[in-house]
Design a protein around this ligand. Structure first.
Ligand code: AMP
Length: 430
């Protein structure tokens, strides 16, 4: 077949969706326990939003955005969630309605990166954004929330890396320090890094090119240059993280590849090598200047996003999904209309029902009921139709009986409420 999914974009088949639901449920419940409410923003945003917020000289903007023009508008399929959420916050003048807003989101993001293990072109993120609190208590609490979700998913073996790059003034000082460090050795740097030396030397630190590695390792760190309120903020954050007993390390080389960050930066990384080079499960930071730069007032903000595919790869398998309560097998054309009505009434009574109206053999249909791990198999043949009943087979208990069509929803509901047979009372054939 010629037509295949776009490279780096994956189908999520029903057999895997149970795990996705578990992950999404866990995230939502944790976020809601912390007072976050869901926000849903468009997948498409003006290209300008990402260029200005993420930064012109970042990998995301330079190489990875899916951008196009339609009816004269320059549009981009969102590569991340924060810029769109902040745009929505400003556009809806939310700061005038409440002093602090806690919002979360879930959904697909798109980046034309080189696909690899743990790196896709359409991937999914769950994230939280907190507007209106300058921290550092809420910074620690937010990092705690990430750890809570990861822990509840059954993922251990992780470490939280934290750093601070200070406010915009500290970052300007840091850029100068980096320029002085890299300029004399510019000739040995990769082409991208030579360019970034002019545009934004901070972004040299994102480089994965081997020729840049030694120069990056020897570069000054932002943490060394922190002073005043920036330093106090970071020291307090570390103290609060200690009091939460979180497994964190100060990582002065953590800069994360986006321009909008101020002060706090963090990443939660797995310490196993199951994801190859992609060890970051979640990342985030403070972005105190974004709301103002979008035309709003000066509202401080912090957020994070976690990569759902990476979390799923590390989550222990849960048990198999529940099968249908009733697998309704029709035998012959005259039974079909009655079967349709019966299935509908059973569902109205709250039962999960699958109707098998195929022209297949009884044997094939029973095999399918068993394969789906249905609790009850209902047989409706012309004999049953004549008597106004349906035959019920309890597949685990090896019992069989008839109930009237009229009584079926109530009677089967009661039977199913009794739960599975006691251990040793019978086993499922096959
Ligand atoms: P970022 O927005 O780059 O800070 O990413 C936040 C999280 O999203 C990362 O820690 C990853 O878990 C996940 N992530 C980012 N990019 C990708 C990708 N291309 N494929 C899969 N997951 C990703």
């Amino acid at each position: 077949m010629d037509l295949r999914a776009v490279r780096g974009m994956k189908d999520i088949l029903p057999e895997h969706v149970g795990q996705w639901h578990r992950l999404e449920r866990t995230f939502r419940a944790a976020a809601e326990r912390h007072g976050y409410a869901e926000v849903r923003t468009p997948l498409l945003e003006p290209t300008e939003l990402f260029v200005r917020q993420i930064g012109e000289s970042t990998d995301v903007v330079e190489k990875e955005m899916y951008s196009f023009e339609r009816h004269g508008d320059a549009l981009t399929v969102r590569p991340e969630g924060t810029a769109g959420v902040a745009r929505a916050y400003v556009q809806n003048a939310v700061q005038g309605k409440e002093p602090v807003s806690r919002w979360y989101y879930l959904g697909p993001m798109f980046r034309a990166e080189r696909p690899a293990k743990g790196r896709l072109r359409q991937f999914h993120q769950a994230g939280c954004e907190l507007f209106g609190d300058p921290g550092p208590v809420c910074d620690a609490e937010l990092i705690g929330l990430v750890a809570e979700v990861v822990g509840e998913l059954g993922i251990g073996n992780y470490r939280i890396h934290v750093n601070s790059i200070g406010d915009k003034a500290a970052q300007a000082r840091y850029r100068e320090a980096l320029r002085s460090h890299f300029a004399p050795i510019a000739g040995s740097l990769s082409e991208d890094s030579r360019r970034r030396l002019q545009t934004n030397p901070l972004r040299i630190l994102d480089s994965k090119s081997p020729e840049d590695a030694a120069a990056i390792a020897a570069a000054p760190t932002a943490t060394e240059l922190l002073d005043g309120d920036d330093a106090t903020h970071f020291q307090a954050l570390c103290r609060y993280l200690e009091s939460l007993e979180l497994p964190f390390v100060v990582d002065p080389k953590l800069v994360r590849g986006l321009d909008y960050y101020t002060r706090t930066l963090f990443e939660l990384r797995t310490t196993t090598d199951e994801l190859g080079a992609q060890s970051a499960l979640a990342g985030g930071g403070r972005y105190d200047g974004m709301v103002e730069s979008l035309g709003g007032p000066a509202v401080p903000a912090i957020g994070f996003a976690m990569g759902l595919e990476r979390l799923l790869a590390l989550m222990p398998e849960a048990g198999a999904a529940a099968g249908p309560h009733c697998y309704l097998v029709t035998l012959g054309e005259p039974t079909l209309a009655t079967a349709l009505g019966l299935a509908s009434r059973l569902r109205q009574a709250g039962l999960r029902v699958e109707l098998d109206a195929r022209a297949a053999s009884l044997k094939a249909k029973l095999r399918r009921a068993d394969g789906l791990r249905a609790t009850l198999c209902l047989l409706l043949g012309e004999g049953e139709l004549g008597r106004g009943v349906v035959t019920v087979k309890d597949l685990a208990r090896h019992e069989q009986w008839e109930v009237s069509l009229e009584e079926a929803p109530r009677s089967l509901g009661t039977r199913l409420a009794e739960g599975p047979p006691p251990a040793g009372a019978g086993s499922r054939p096959g």
